[in-house]
Design a protein around this ligand. Structure first.
Ligand code: C5P
Length: 226
C-alpha cells in the first residue's frame, strides 16, 4: 500500500505586529497554498466567551466555549479580507480590535483551550501545502514542518504598523497605548507555561525592522525549498 505524500507546511511564528498576517497571506498566495490564521481561532473563542458573558479566567467555562464555538473562514465576496464567522455571526471587524487580542491572549494561556483547537488546526494541512501563522505553529502544532520562520520586529516598529493598520480601519487608538498593550500581550504570550511564544530550534529568524513588505516576503519565500 502506498502512503500518501506528506503535505508541506511553512510555519510562520512571531509576536503581534511583526507582519506575520500580511506576509503569510502573500506567501500563501504566491505558493498557491492554504492559509491558517491560528490567531483568529483564539480571537474567535475569546470573542464568543465575551458574548456569552463568561469570566475569561474561568478555565472550565472557556474550555467548553472553545470546544463548542463554531468558527468558519469564508472568502470575501469583493476579494478583500477573509471573513471569520463565529457561531453564524460575521465577527471579522470585532476580532481585529486590541480588546479581542487581549481576550485571545487570556484564554490562550489555558492548556485545555489550546488542546480543544488542535484538531481544527491540523485539519488545515491539505495539498498542495499550508502556510500556518501563529505563535506555536513550528513548536507545537506542526513540529515536523519542513519550513519554519520566526518573524520579529522591534516593539516600536510593531506598534507603529499596528497603529497604521487600525487607523486605516477607522478604529480610535493611540500609539503609546498600543505599544503598551502589545508589550503586555507579548510578555504574557512568551511567559505562559504552555506553548509559549518562542522560536523553534530549527526556525529561520527574520527581523523585519526597517524592511519593506516585498523584501520580507522574498526572505520568507527563500526558506521554502521545494
Ligand atoms: O496573531 P494574533 O494577534 O491574531 O493572536 C491573538 C492572540 O492569540 C495572541 O496574542 C496569542 O495569545 C494567541 N495565539 C496563540 N497561539 C497561536 C496564535 C495566537 O496563543 N498559535
Amino acid at each position: 500500500m502506498s502512503r500518501s505524500p506528506v503535505v508541506p507546511v511553512l510555519a510562520i511564528d512571531g509576536p503581534s505586529g511583526s507582519g506575520k498576517g500580511t506576509v503569510s497571506r502573500l506567501v500563501a498566495d504566491h505558493l498557491g497554498w492554504r492559509l491558517l490564521d491560528s490567531g483568529a481561532l483564539y480571537r474567535a473563542v475569546g470573542y464568543a466567551a465575551g458574548m456569552a458573558g463568561l469570566d475569561l479566567s474561568d478555565a472550565e467555562a472557556v474550555t467548553r466555549c472553545a470546544e463548542t464555538t463554531k468558527i468558519q473562514f469564508r472568502a470575501a465576496a469583493d476579494g478583500g479580507d477573509t471573513r471569520v464567522i463565529v457561531n453564524g455571526h460575521d465577527a471579522t471587524d470585532e476580532l481585529r480590535t486590541e480588546t479581542a487580542g487581549a481576550a485571545a491572549s487570556a484564554i490562550a494561556s489555558v492548556p485545555s483551550v489550546r488542546q480543544a483547537l488542535v484538531a481544527l488546526q491540523l485539519g488545515f494541512r491539505k495539498a498542495p501545502g499550508l502556510v500556518a501563522d501563529g505563535r506555536d505553529m513550528g513548536t507545537v502544532i506542526f513540529p515536523d514542518a519542513p519550513f519554519k520562520v520566526f518573524l520579529t520586529a522591534s516593539a516600536a516598529e510593531r506598534a507603529k504598523r499596528r497603529y497604521k493598520q487600525l487607523k486605516e480601519k477607522g478604529l480610535s487608538v493611540t500609539l503609546a497605548g498600543l505599544q503598551r498593550e502589545i508589550e503586555a500581550r507579548d510578555s504574557r504570550d512568551a511567559s505562559r507555561a504552555v506553548a509559549p511564544l518562542k522560536p523553534a530550534v530549527d526556525a529561520v529568524l527574520v527581523d523585519s525592522t526597517g524592511m519593506g513588505i516585498g523584501d520580507v516576503v522574498a526572505k520568507v519565500l527563500a526558506v521554502v525549498k521545494l
